[in-house]
Design a protein around this ligand. Structure first.
Ligand SMILES: [Zn+2]
Length: 464
């Protein structure tokens, strides 16, 4: 009896440890994340340098070559009977999960209190990774490959060496599990209401969306993965559009008999470089491997997968100012931002633009601000043109800011890094900053009791 009790207590501790793996990973993430890459923009060389440093626990081999001659490499870990294949960056500008894979490598290489979890994974599964499937797209931070083909529409025709590589690797492993790692726009929503920070899907393999045994397994694991991160982003995980896409890889890999799961990294507050979402991916990937190794996903139910809310039609805007009383009428004003690449594609600058205006009472945004009770005035353009951007630093910008100056004209050396300044910088006198028009980028002062309370500059609302 005593022994049974002790066993029971031990079991409880064991269960508790399992239940907390996600939280432990969350708390200790900073011990494992690769710190040399902190933005969405990096290239093939950066990733190859990381793979070169992997220790003896990993096997790295070249499995393909991109159109422009870049190596596509496969990293493998462990020696268990279950083959798990994860591929990232099929779309060159979707880089969040690639960074998470580097973090997973560091976690796998460590020797610490997670050893039991690691050893179980190592002996139960062989874990394979293609960290960057489309290095040519990555070199120009663009979705498609060298020939402009979307590799994710090339599963049937197999016209791209990148797509053929993925097919060949899947077939050679006869992968039991496949993880298709992507990014989606910040505007993606859950049911049109909340940001779709993460979307998940066990893709359909036919138009009827049949659930066979393997897709059922993938649904169970997907629900298990949902459970691992929902407390960190409540209401912000959606099921991606499950319409069967006959040309896509995820759908076909499911069809070819690999239990397939799609992860899409979307938007989160002001996490422009998706570093927090990268951390969530790390937790998703490690806990998924753990659940496969221990078969814990079998405890979740397909019907609970079906209860996960869906991505919606409605988009989440970066910012909506409500009831802006300006130019003699009241409008809600929604702004998003677009990125302009610098020539090296490693950097960019962001420009806000009015995406929608009018009655936006059915729209939602990351920043939602009601301007009722504020007087709205246009920001001021600094009268003196600056020869170069550096001159901004010699001005008392704090004082100018308080006086309502929002826009500067810089004659030359228009620097792409303008976004590090809290001003709008122009090459010539701006036409549109004094009015609110579709596509424009207005600078606005929100005035209360005769004082500037807030400023909207380049789509960012700042409290004064
Ligand atoms: Zn994608």
């Amino acid at each position: 009896m005593k022994r049974n009790l002790a066993l029971f207590a031990l079991l409880c501790i064991f269960q508790a440890t399992l239940a907390q793996l996600n939280q432990q990973l969350f708390d200790q993430y900073d011990k494992y994340n690769e710190k040399s890459i902190t933005t969405r923009r990096f290239k093939h060389d950066d990733i190859m340098a990381q793979l070169d440093r992997l220790g003896s626990a990993f096997r790295v081999k070249q499995v393909g070559t991109s159109v422009e001659g870049r190596a596509i490499k496969l990293v493998s870990y462990g020696n268990g009977p279950v083959n798990v294949l994860m591929w990232s960056q099929m779309h060159g500008d979707e880089t969040t999960a690639t960074r998470s894979l580097l973090d997973v490598f560091h976690w796998l290489a460590a020797d610490d209190e997670f050893n039991a979890v690691r050893n179980k994974i190592k002996s139960s599964i062989t874990w394979h990774f293609i960290p960057m499937l489309n290095p040519d797209g990555a070199s120009r931070f663009t979705r498609r490959n060298h020939y402009g083909i979307d590799i994710n529409r090339d599963a049937l025709r197999q016209q791209t060496p990148e797509g053929r590589t993925l097919k060949r690797v899947r077939d050679s492993l006869n992968a039991d599990w496949g993880f298709n790692l992507h990014d989606q726009g910040r505007g993606t929503s859950v049911e049109g209401k909340a940001p779709g920070t993460i979307s998940l899907l066990a893709p359909a393999y036919d138009h009827e969306k049949t659930v066979n045994e393997k897709r059922g397994d993938a649904m169970q694991l997907t629900r298990h993965m949902f459970n691992q991160i929902t407390s960190y982003i409540p209401g912000q995980i959606g099921i991606y559009d499950d319409t069967f896409e006959p040309r896509a890889f995820g759908d076909n890999i499911q069809k070819w008999g690999t239990r397939t799961i799609l992860i899409e990294s979307g938007g989160f507050e002001d996490d422009w470089e998706k570093q927090f979402i990268r951390k969530l991916n790390f937790i998703l990937l490690v806990t998924a491997a753990d659940a496969i190794a221990n078969k814990t996903y079998e405890k979740t139910l397909v019907k609970d997968y079906n209860k996960i809310p869906r991505n919606g039609e409605g988009r989440i805007r970066d910012i909506i100012l409500r009831r802006v009383n300006f130019e003699g009428l009241v409008r809600d004003v929604a702004l998003d931002r677009r990125e302009t690449d610098c020539p090296d594609y490693r950097h960019y600058y962001a420009t806000a633009f009015v995406q929608d205006l009018g009655d936006l009472s059915t729209s939602n945004a990351y920043v939602d601000f009601d301007t009722e009770g504020y007087e709205i005035r246009p920001g001021k353009v600094y009268e003196q043109e600056l020869a170069h951007l550096g001159q901004l630093q010699s001005l008392d910008t704090d004082k100018l800011w308080k006086e309502g100056y929002t826009d500067f004209i810089v004659r030359e050396g228009f620097d792409p890094f303008e976004s590090k300044y809290p001003f709008s910088v122009h090459e010539r006198r701006p036409q549109s900053n004094t009015e609110i028009r579709m596509g424009g980028n207005p600078s606005l002062l929100l005035i209360k009791d005769g004082k500037i309370a807030y400023m909207l500059v380049n789509g960012i609302l700042r409290k004064m």
